[in-house]
Design a protein around this ligand. Structure first.
Ligand SMILES: NC(=O)c1ccc[n+]([C@@H]2O[C@H](COP(=O)([O-])OP(=O)(O)OC[C@H]3O[C@@H](n4cnc5c(N)ncnc54)[C@H](O)[C@@H]3O)[C@@H](O)[C@H]2O)c1
Length: 247
């Protein structure tokens, strides 16, 4: 996919930056001229991305749902690039499989902590640093719209992200636009076991008859951040090959 955008002079803050979708998104924005502030738990993958990008990049390894690494990322970004933030994309997420009866308090809290509390903490800290005309793109999921067997915690966290997205679109307009993407099944490490267990059933329900690629989500995030989406806010864009069609 060779989608291109003009993000020269703009700055992106992205979490989950070394993951399947996060990496493709960060690389697309960087290729399109943006400065990028990368956050991820995986220090080795982060360092290899940072050194490959070489310029217009800072990286912070740590828990993107905790206040301290978020503050470090904001400080490093301001020192390196100045000029505030234009795009904030909280892409970090976890997707453990667990029925409701097997989901104890600890797992429930863990999923909420990364997928929902972490988004709140990142946005709460980052929004005051965002420039007029900036854009937030949250990661929801098809699970947040139609539920997901043995992933009730995950689906609940993503449903909450959809509600948060719409609320912030009301609250932050006209200065900022706030949208979400709702991927279906995208080939990344997150869904390897799901694809192994239920892949053929999912494919038979997918009009485009394949899984999505991370690049196909990255380009939608970039579209939502670009001037081409200048009148879109409070929206959740489905990227799922037709697996789920919203009414
Ligand atoms: N892949 C799919 O099919 C799919 C479908 C729907 C929604 N999504 C959403 O898209 C987003 C990206 O998913 P992906 O497929 O790229 O997943 P992935 O597992 O490939 O990447 C997730 C990344 O987040 C990082 N991470 C996890 N917890 C973190 C934390 N606390 N702090 C910092 N980094 C953390 C991981 O190290 C990893 O690099 C997620 O929010 C996910 O829920 C993915």
């Amino acid at each position: 996919m060779n989608a291109t955008f003009d993000f020269a002079g703009k700055t992106l803050l992205i979490t989950g930056a070394t993951g399947g979708i996060g990496r493709q998104t960060a690389e697309l924005f960087h290729r399109s001229g943006a400065n990028v502030i990368l956050m991820d738990l995986d220090a080795d993958r982060l360092e290899s991305m940072r050194s490959e990008m070489a310029m217009r990049v800072v990286a912070v390894a740590g828990d993107a749902s905790a206040n301290e690494p978020i503050q470090t990322a904001l400080r490093l970004g301001a020192e390196s690039f100045g000029g505030g933030l234009d795009f904030v994309v909280p892409a970090a997420g976890i997707y453990p499989e667990s029925s409701i009866l097997d989901t104890g308090e600890e797992l429930w809290r863990k999923v909420m902590s990364v997928n929902l509390d972490g988004v709140y903490r990142l946005l709460h800290a980052a929004i005051p640093h965002m420039n007029d005309g900036g854009s937030i793109v949250n990661f929801a999921s098809v699970a947040g719209h139609r539920g997901s067997k043995n992933h009730g915690h995950y689906a609940a966290s993503k449903g909450a992200i959809l509600a948060l997205t719409r609320s912030l679109a009301h609250e932050l307009g006209p200065k900022l636009r706030v949208n979400a993407v709702s991927p279906g099944t995208i080939r990344t490490p997150m869904v390897e076991s799901l694809v192994a267990a239920r892949g053929s059933a999912m494919l038979s329900e997918t009009p485009l008859a394949r899984y999505g690629e991370a690049t196909e989500v990255a380009s939608v995030v970039a579209f939502l951040c670009s001037d081409a989406a200048s009148f879109i806010t409070g929206e959740a864009l489905h990227v799922n090959g037709g697996l789920f069609m919203a009414g």
